[in-house]
Design a protein around this ligand. Structure first.
Ligand SMILES: Nc1ncnc2c1ncn2[C@@H]1O[C@H](COP(=O)(O)OP(=O)(O)OP(=O)(O)O)[C@@H](O)[C@H]1O
Length: 692
């Protein structure tokens, strides 16, 4: 607060200072989350860099534990022996220690009792165990002290690399980047890598270590650089260009930060697993190197296809997406000589004749051959209004690069191995002049899937792991889909919902790119439609599965009774055959009727027997036994089952009105256009839809 009577002094902040003070806006909330977000930002840059040159990404991610002692050695800080132990937060008197240990023992005793009463793994025991894990260590003095949690994070890619002279600005100046154009990219704000550097600066003070080479470069750049937060400027510690004899291209970025592996380990691994699902054409090698090697982790997510989606293309601004300030900026920066040429050159969906009509509509003395720079303030305002009032065709969406149903399906199959899966790619839709495409996969069953609806979200092919509750995908999946209408039990079935949205503008809430708001009506509609389309496909699969299950069950039930039924019938037949042989009279009829026998029950019960098939003599001669009857009954059950299955298939085919088309087998060639796939237990049949 300013001293009384004095006004607050005016202070200006650099963007770097602002983000350093509000790092949670960019997803850098606490040490654990910072470790996660650092990995995420570097991995996403690596993927963007490889895809931008059409290279199948191969990415190495290493997190190396750095003890405080090692960190101090790196920083040149001398070893420090404590003089006065009692000064420190982790000091504990003998009495306090005794009390703490006694309490811990009591809690362990309670857990033991719960296990005895409800069993190991029971709900009660697990809840207690969780409670103990949550408070473990928290009661220890000094628990809040920042401990030994430092990590060297290195991410290496085989991407486009960075031009030598641009590296300091790209990685040492907040809000600078190459992804501000109208293009679908994972990065957008020119912030992520610098936030990681700021975090490193705030916690360890160590700089960025960067190696990078562009394709076919004879030299490789090596930088050690830092950021001057106050000036928002790079500060270079080391700059050199080294020979690049093996023609390597890509980047390797390394930072040493404070973090918390144990609390964010599961998020980091989940993130990698999910990015492997949506990017099956990439290879990720992950290594966590602990100081104690037994705690180290190594995981590889192998490339599962060489089919990479076409890279996204740069497009122009759609007229309905521009604001007044952007119109002014475009007018200033354009190389077009006339207003008509400006409209045609700078905007999507504006051809020559439409540009001329827009200029005519400007009126007030504006001519098509007028220079864009000569427009006065009022004319610019008029132009901006017209751009929003005139009906322009929607963007085509050809510049977008969705993962593709093939990749999405492949990723889900490989990671979850579900029992059933359906995928769908929606049409190109538009919001605020930006095209977007929603793709979805819905799976049922699979490994490591919890019962219920498990939502997996992707935006521009980035997995989104946090703030799910407010996200358009989660809300739509949980609240706007009537799962039971598709024969899916929302509570007990293991349902995986994967939704991926790609666009030149993802309406993220916040610079941390954690979730997409639920307030964009167009997006809500597209997400719902994509999930429903998958559910519809699943419904027929599920109904077929249910019918097959019921059929199997029916057969099992019928077969179970066969021995008893055969024995019962046989014993009746045996009695009848005995009675017939013992004096029953024929009915005297001729012809076919001669086969029939009528006999009176020897017991006098008045039983009338008609032996339609001439069975009784065969029974009497032991040609027909209980075993014969059982085998004939089994055959019959088998036959009606096959008949019913055939009947069902025919009805399904007719009911679904499926179009039938001839099917041919042929060798694959590069000219074939891939269509959907048919997955069986032994093979995958690729359907081809034509030639290029
Ligand atoms: N591995 C890399 N390979 C090539 N270029 C890179 C790499 N990492 C970063 N860059 C370049 O540095 C720029 C800045 O990266 P940074 O992570 O700060 O922001 P961004 O990716 O553009 O956006 P966002 O803040 O949304 O992540 C990028 O735009 C890109 O041009």
């Amino acid at each position: 607060m300013a001293p009384k009577g004095k006004a607050d002094a005016l202070v200006q902040k650099s963007p770097a200072e602002f983000f350093a003070e509000n790092k949670n806006i960019a997803g850098f909330d606490n040490p654990g989350k910072c470790l996660y977000t650092t990995i995420r930002e570097l991995v996403e840059n690596a993927l963007d860099a490889a895809e931008s040159i059409g290279e199948l990404p191969a990415i190495e991610i290493t997190i190396e534990e750095v003890s405080k002692a090692r960190l101090n050695r790196i920083r040149g800080v001398e070893h420090h022996d404590r003089l006065d132990e009692q000064l420190y937060q982790d000091f504990e008197t003998e009495e306090a220690k005794k009390k703490r240990l006694a309490k811990e023992a009591r809690e362990q005793e309670k857990l033991k009792k719960l296990i005895e009463k409800h069993g190991e793994g029971s709900k009660e025991a697990e809840a207690k165990r969780k409670e103990l894990a949550a408070v473990a260590g928290a009661a220890k003095p000094g628990a809040n002290m920042r401990g030994n949690l430092f990590y060297k994070v290195t991410v290496k890619d085989n991407g486009a690399g960075m031009p030598h002279k641009d590296i300091p600005n790209m990685l040492g100046r907040v809000l600078s980047g190459t992804k501000y154009g109208v293009k679908q990219t994972r990065g957008k704000f020119g912030l992520g890598a610098k936030m990681a550097l700021i975090w490193s600066k705030m916690t360890t003070g160590l700089p960025f270590e960067i190696s990078s080479a562009t394709p076919r470069a004879a030299l490789r750049s090596h930088y050690r650089l830092d950021i001057d937060i106050h000036k928002n400027e790079p500060s270079i510690h080391l700059e050199e260009q080294l020979p690049n004899p093996d023609g390597w291209h890509g980047s390797s970025l390394s930072l040493t930060i404070e973090g918390n592996w144990s609390t964010y380990r599961s998020y980091i691994l989940r993130y990698l697993r999910q990015i492997a699902v949506i990017t099956p054409y990439a290879q990720f090698m992950f290594a966590y190197k602990a100081e104690d090697d037994k705690n180290s982790v190594r995981i590889g997510f192998r490339r599962r296809t060489d089919v990479m989606p076409d890279p996204p293309a740069l497009t122009k601004h759609h007229p309905s997406s521009v604001d007044l300030e952007l119109v002014k900026r475009l007018l200033r920066a354009t190389t077009a000589k006339t207003l008509a040429a400006f409209l045609q050159k700078e905007f999507d969906r504006v051809d020559k004749s439409l540009a001329a009509r827009v200029v005519d509509e400007m009126q007030a003395g504006v001519e098509g051959d007028m220079s864009p720079r000569d427009l006065d303030e009022k004319q610019i305002v008029r132009l901006h209004q017209l751009l929003h009032e005139i009906r322009f065709s929607d963007p085509t969406g050809k510049h977008l690069s969705p993962a593709g149903e093939y990749n999405l399906r492949l990723g889900v199959m490989k990671e979850l191995g579900p029992d059933l899966i359906a995928t769908h790619q929606g049409d190109v839709r538009v919001f605020e002049g930006h095209a977007f495409i929603v793709e979805a996969a819905v799976s049922v069953g699979g490994k490591n899937v919890k019962p219920g609806i498990n939502v997996h979200r992707y935006a521009n092919r980035i997995p989104l792991l946090f703030e799910g509750g407010s996200d358009v995908i989660t809300k739509t999946a949980l609240r706007r889909i009537n799962w039971s209408a598709y024969k899916i039990n929302q509570a007990t079935d293991k349902v995986g919902v994967f939704v991926s949205i790609v666009s030149t503008k993802i309406p993220f809430k916040g610079a941390g790119k954690e979730y997409i708001g639920d307030d964009v009506v167009e997006m809500v509609g597209a997400v719902k439609a994509a999930i429903q389309a998958c559910c519809l496909q699943l419904k027929s699969k599920i109904m077929r599965a249910i019918a097959a299950r019921e059929q199997k069950q029916r057969k099992k039930t019928l077969s179970k009774y066969i021995p008893d039924v055969a024995n019962a019938i046989y014993s009746v037949l045996e009695r009848m055959a005995g009675a017939a042989a013992g004096g029953g009279a024929g009915d005297g009829e001729a012809g076919p009727a001669a086969k029939r026998r009528r006999t009176e029950d020897p017991g006098g019960g008045g039983l009338l027997v008609r032996d339609e098939f001439g069975l009784l003599p065969a029974v009497a001669a032991k040609e027909v036994t209980a075993a014969t009857l059982a085998s004939r009954l089994s055959e019959y059950v088998e036959r009606i089952d096959t008949d019913m299955a055939l009947e069902y298939q025919v009805q399904q085919g007719l009911a679904a009105g499926e179009a039938k088309a001839p099917l041919y087998l042929m060798p694959l060639s590069g000219r074939h256009v891939h269509g959907p796939e048919v997955h069986t237990t032994t093979c995958v049949v690729k359907l081809l839809t034509g030639y290029t």
